[in-house]
Design a protein around this ligand. Structure first.
Ligand code: CR1
Length: 820
């Protein structure tokens, strides 16, 4: 970025408004002003972006291609300014012409090209890659509609399409020169070549063009601007240009329909995959385009493909892009003319796989007939990879059918994408230590035994630039005051707070900041929901995707329990609490949607009961997304991380709360385990079954929630309240399926499969400790400060450095703009 010049900047904004809208500043709407400001900011990024690309062109450093179906970016304007270290100057410049940067930022739609943790992790990783100065491309899909907007209507979730491109997105750049053909369907004909080898000729296919759109990923204060490529689909032959031949006409119409539907919408399912044809097409589409672009770039410098692994690594973000294995093989063999063995050698050195979940519903499997019909040539290659792999298994474990049953890629009429990724990938990583151990010892045990050298752990992280510098400016200033500058690129620097955590003055300052942030959120809550909350109550926050294993249901049952107690003893000593929820449910996920309805109905009853004097409030924040999440984390006192142990691979919200000085109540699951190690038991509230205990129950089928229901009167009472009309205006049926969840035992769906009742008593007791602790303001403040002080490990900068050291082996690039 060139040195910031206020006058030029202001001039550019009024020029932009004039040229884009034929208006002057006074006439422009906030949205138009956002477009004008964003364009000016893009302009400021441009020199660095060009310079970064030039360095990459000239030095040809090894580059990671992070292949991900999801990038949950959140708004770019404020974040780009933070990373350019120009936020304060731009804010000031805008004030001079009577504009408020905050208001302008809020005009930006959240580019919500992801569901939850997996997509947001990808976005944090890009931020860290650029900030550490590593050459990287994110590769994804330019969905016309991102994650749906959630409206709450009479307590129910209603999904509304998110047309984020409606007004044009100012940070994207169309790159028509990067255009690749991607083929679907048709047949493969084999032809003998003169040299005796086979040619595989793909015929009668439908083709679409993948066209690149680039988004800048601005590194923090280092002039590095990496690129996120999102692929759009366009028809190859325009409908109107087709010949009169009937076959051509149909093909043209079909191809333009395919192009339109291909990138139409993000599948809004988190950790639950339905084998939909269109999803497989989306996957192949963006993977094929990305690999073609990587190879085209490589070939500008090389004639032989042999050095590809020295220049390129593809990181496959979950099973979604693992068709990359076969697509790379296809290109190397069919297009580049390599032998199978040469191609396999290269491919297996270029692809690495990250697993994000042990939930069976999330591991992608495709029916062979669908896969073969949509990707006939790719299927042949998968079939051959499988044939050779099964021979390897038999070689290693003669006569052991079980090994083939668990590891073969093609089995039981299905293509198992995780198995393909592990067979081919040179690295397989989990996302927190406990998760990786479960992969090695339970879910991927056989693979681990066969390929121990492939397995490694990379505990997730988050970017402090967005979730502290941008989301919580008051706390950011506090950290700078006591730790100095530099935490933006080295989060370990917050450790200096340890020495201050006991200081009453510092504690008071911290608590005042927290209170300001609670006020900011309270105002938002009032505007959006009409509910007034008490900023001196505990803000107890549970925000994440709605999923049974994340146990929002346990949280709301606990609220019902507390309310019962207050009703029974109106004078009891009670620390006022505001329970805040935010969560989107997959559109077809019944229990998840019912849980949202239950939360809203409980909120309705409790918030309107004047007899409890406002001691409990329940708030469901509509449309939880990256932009409001930043405010929510900043305002939290208590962070709910209460998944069934073993099920949450890592969690990343947990880290964002910690960074913002909330105290966690959580199970020993995912990265909570490592947070506990870092922050110490005095500063975190742990409860519930361990992962080993949960796995033990699952293996032995000896968990009996019905016994708890029968023997624990508190449990009995709240469960009965689901079906006695207390929270449903007398309707006994509305929440019956939630009630049944606890007690209906079926072999395929055991009662209370997420062990809510097993953990309920321990959750109640631990929540009592939380309340008691909150009364001790000084102790609470100290623990909160200790959370900020000990969060360093959970920066995504640390995570990315580990990926670089152990998996990608990249060198940093240095970018200097001409001006410096
Ligand atoms: C996990 O459930 C983890 C993120 C990012 C999710 C969550 O615990 O923090 O990935 N998994 O690693 C997922 O979305 C498809 O799987």
């Amino acid at each position: 970025m060139k040195a910031f010049n206020k006058k030029i900047f202001i001039k550019q904004i009024s020029d932009n408004v004039k040229n884009m809208y034929r208006k002057n500043l006074e006439e422009a709407s906030q949205e138009e002003l956002f477009q004008a400001v964003a364009d000016a900011v893009k302009n400021m990024i441009m020199d660095d972006w060009i310079a970064t690309q030039q360095v990459m062109e000239k030095d040809e450093p090894k580059t990671v291609y992070y292949l991900s179906m999801e990038f949950l970016l959140g708004r770019a304007l404020g974040n780009n300014l933070i990373n350019m270290t120009a936020y304060a100057q731009v804010k000031e410049a805008l004030e001079e012409i009577g504009l408020d940067l905050n208001t302008i930022e809020q005009q930006e739609p959240d580019p919500a090209l992801g569901n939850g943790g997996l997509g947001r992790l990808a976005a944090c990783f890009l931020d860290s890659l650029a900030s550490l100065g590593y050459p990287a491309y994110g590769c994804g899909i330019r969905y016309r509609y991102g994650m749906f907007k959630q409206q709450i209507v009479e307590g129910f979730q209603v999904e509304v399409p998110d047309n984020w491109l409606k007004n044009g997105y100012p940070f994207e750049m169309k790159r028509p020169e990067y255009c690749y053909e991607v083929r679907f369907g048709g047949h493969v004909r084999m032809e003998m070549r003169e040299d005796g080898n086979m040619d595989f000729i793909h015929e009668d296919y439908q083709a679409v063009n993948a066209v690149a759109y680039d988004l800048p990923i601005v590194g923090y204060n280092n002039h590095v601007v990496d690129t996120l490529i999102i692929w759009d689909a366009q028809p190859e032959v325009e409908f109107s240009l087709t010949s009169f031949n009937e076959g051509q006409y149909h093909k043209a119409v079909e191809e333009s329909n395919l192009a339109r539907t291909l990138v139409e919408v993000l599948y809004p399912n988190d950790e639950h995959i339905q084998g939909k044809e269109l999803r497989l097409k989306q996957q192949y589409f963006f993977v094929s385009a990305s690999i073609q672009r990587a190879i085209a770039k490589y070939k500008k410098h090389h004639r032989s493909l042999k050095q590809l692994p020295k220049k390129v690594v593809f990181q496959m973000n979950d099973t979604h892009p693992t068709v990359a294995v076969a697509e790379l093989m296809r290109i190397l063999i069919d297009v580049e003319g390599l032998s199978w063995d040469e191609a396999w050698k290269i491919t297996t050195q270029c692809v690495a796989y990250t697993n994000h979940t042990i939930m069976a519903e999330a591991l992608e499997k495709w029916p062979i007939d669908i896969f073969e019909r949509i990707l006939p040539r790719v299927y042949q290659i998968v079939d051959e990879i499988n044939r050779r792999f099964v021979l390897d298994i038999m070689d290693r474990y003669p006569g052991n059918e079980d090994k083939i049953r668990s590891m073969a890629i093609l089995y039981d009429g299905q293509v198992r994408m995780a198995n393909l990724a592990i067979a081919a990938g040179f690295s397989v990583n989990g996302v927190a230590r406990l998760h990786t151990e479960i992969l090695k010892n339970e879910s991927l045990k056989d693979f681990y035994e066969m390929f121990p050298e492939k397995f490694n752990n990379k505990t997730n992280g988050i970017t402090q630039r967005r979730f502290l510098a941008h989301g919580n400016p008051l706390l950011a200033d506090f950290v700078t005051k006591y730790c100095g500058k530099g935490w933006e690129t080295d989060l370990q620097k917050t450790r200096k707070l340890i020495a201050k955590a006991d200081d009453p003055k510092v504690q008071k300052e911290f608590m005042e900041i927290k209170r300001e942030n609670k006020k900011r959120l309270a105002k938002y809550i009032l505007e959006k929901t009409g509910i007034e909350v008490n900023v001196d109550s505990i803000f107890d926050v549970h925000v994440k995707r709605l999923h049974e294993y994340k146990r929002q249901l346990m949280n709301i049952l606990h609220v019902m329990y507390l309310y019962n107690r207050l009703k029974d003893n109106p004078d009891m000593d009670f620390v006022p609490r505001t329970f805040i929820f935010g969560a989107k449910a997959a559109a077809g996920y019944r229990n998840a949607k019912n849980t949202i309805k239950l939360i809203n109905n409980v909120a309705d009853v409790i918030n309107h009961d004047v007899s409890i004097g406002g001691k409990i409030k329940v708030v469901f924040i509509e449309d939880y997304k990256v932009s409001n999440a930043e405010w929510i984390y900043a305002a939290a006192d208590v962070s709910e991380q209460i998944s069934t142990a073993s099920k949450e691979a890592s969690g990343t919200g947990n880290m964002k709360f910690m960074l913002n000085g909330a105290l966690t109540i959580g199970t020993m699951d995912g990265a909570n385990v490592e947070m506990f190690e870092e922050v110490g038991e005095e500063n975190m509230f742990i409860f519930g079954l361990s992962a080993q205990e949960v796995i033990g129950f699952e293996r032995n089928h000896n968990y009996r929630p019905g016994d708890i229901y029968n023997n624990d009167p508190d449990v009995n009472r709240v469960l009965n309240q689901l079906i006695d009309g207390t929270y449903s205006h007398g309707d006994y049926e509305l929440f019956r399926s939630l009630y049944n969840y606890f007690l209906n035992d079926r072999p395929d769906n055991p009662a209370d499969r997420y062990f809510i009742l097993a953990d309920f008593r321990s959750y109640i007791q631990t929540q009592e400790k939380v309340a008691a602790y909150y009364r001790n303001r000084s102790a609470w403040a100290k623990s909160a400060i200790m959370n900020v002080a000990c969060v360093g490990k959970f920066s995504s900068d640390r995570t990315i450095q580990e990926y670089v050291d152990d998996i990608w082996h990249l060198e940093k690039i240095k970018v200097r703009t001409s001006l410096f």
